[in-house]
Write a protein that binds this ligand. Structure first.
Ligand code: SF4
Ligand code: SF4
Length: 344
């Protein structure tokens, strides 16, 4: 893997290089938070190391919240003829890249999800290192440093960025930047020490004391624990935790028939296993009518079930569920309940 050096004074030129490869999307201020938005001008293009999380995660660029997945008439159906632009996702952090690695596994192993794949093929990932806040815990989920899943990654070594090149597409971008004089292949001699300091700074930046030790087995052993009912009693079933979680994948489809009764489209939209109707089946039977059962399913998926299939939990420690839930049910409060069980 090739590395080069980048200096912050060249940020404006970097935007120029990136925008030659596609639309540049990056976190932008939205009220008191941040959201991924298309950057139209280099004045809004900055390195957001202090941005810990956007409101909605990166999945919104790969599978929009609502979109037509098929068009049909009484004789045939076909994919909508939609032009998918190349997008450069700039400023994604380690946990976000880890989440995309999980989505890649989920949507392209066994069965390839064409809606996901066609957008993923047009997405260029440009990661940037970050500073943890009190809610981040990607150090506990081993997603605080990524070694795959990006095209380019900028690690802040204080005086300069060390730029990792992960793919040939990333290399194309870097080479264009080298031609414009903004990347330097001559890495300073102190890079090893600087990089070790960077890893140390990363390690020491976490203060979220969430304890996930043994949570996989404890999920299994706590299947009938009383705390699920307690949490179910206060959960609002609003589904916000699932919407903001970068690894949640539930969706539904609905057919919209035009008034002529001959044409229509199939709409795909984000759904949530926390919604009551999600488990409603024909015959009006709901196999997860209780909120406590739906919560248990979600946390089983995050902390246990995904490991069986893909070898790692599907929580990347982004902290979004912690800042989002209006009644303080999140991965941390559940881990604390599991921990109490462990202490009994
Ligand atoms: S469970 Fe919570 S902390 Fe974990 S990835 Fe989802 S939103 Fe982030
Ligand atoms: S756990 Fe919180 S965010 Fe999730 S559905 Fe329940 S109330 Fe909403």
């Amino acid at each position: 893997m090739r590395v080069v050096k980048f200096e912050k004074k060249n940020t404006e030129k970097l935007f120029d290089v990136l925008s030659r490869f596609g639309e540049v999307w990056s976190p932008m201020e939205k009220g008191e938070s941040y959201s991924y938005q298309k950057i139209e001008d280099s004045n809004n293009f900055i390195f957001h190391e202090e941005v810990t999380r956007t409101i909605l995660p990166e999945k919104k660029l790969l599978l929009p919240q609502k979109f037509p997945t098929l068009k049909f008439n009484s004789k045939k159906y076909e994919k909508p003829n939609e032009e998918i632009p190349t997008k450069i996702l700039f400023g994604i952090h380690n946990c976000g890249i880890s989440a995309l690695n999980i989505l890649d596994e989920f949507y392209t192993t066994d069965f390839v999800d064409a809606d996901y794949q066609q957008r993923r093929n047009k997405l260029i990932i440009v990661g940037v290192s970050c500073i943890a806040d009190e809610h981040c815990f990607c150090d506990k989920t081993n997603t605080n440093i990524v070694e795959k899943g990006y095209d380019i990654f900028f690690a802040d070594l204080c005086n300069y960025y060390l730029v990792w090149i992960g793919t040939s597409k990333g290399d194309d971008i870097i080479r264009m930047g080298e031609d414009m004089g903004i990347f330097d292949a001559n890495i300073p001699g102190d890079v090893t020490n600087k990089y070790a300091e960077y890893r140390k700074r990363n390690r020491e930046s976490y203060c979220n004391d969430i304890d996930l030790e043994g949570s996989t087995d404890l999920m299994e052993l706590s299947h009938d624990a009383e705390f699920w009912q307690e949490l179910g009693d206060i959960c609002l079933s609003c589904g916000q935790c699932t919407m903001v979680c970068p690894t949640c994948t539930c969706y539904n489809v609905i057919d919209e028939i035009d008034l002529n009764k001959d044409t229509g489209q199939r709409i795909r939209y984000w759904d949530s296993c926390l919604f009551k109707d999600f488990s409603l089946t024909a015959g009006d039977h709901n196999f997860r009518a209780a909120r406590s059962e739906r919560l248990k399913l979600w946390y089983t998926h995050k902390l246990k079930a995904f490991i069986g299939k893909f070898g790692a939990p599907s929580c990347v420690g982004c902290g979004r569920c912690i800042v989002t839930c209006p009644v303080d049910i999140n991965i941390k409060t559940v881990a604390e309940k599991l921990k109490k069980k462990r202490a009994l």
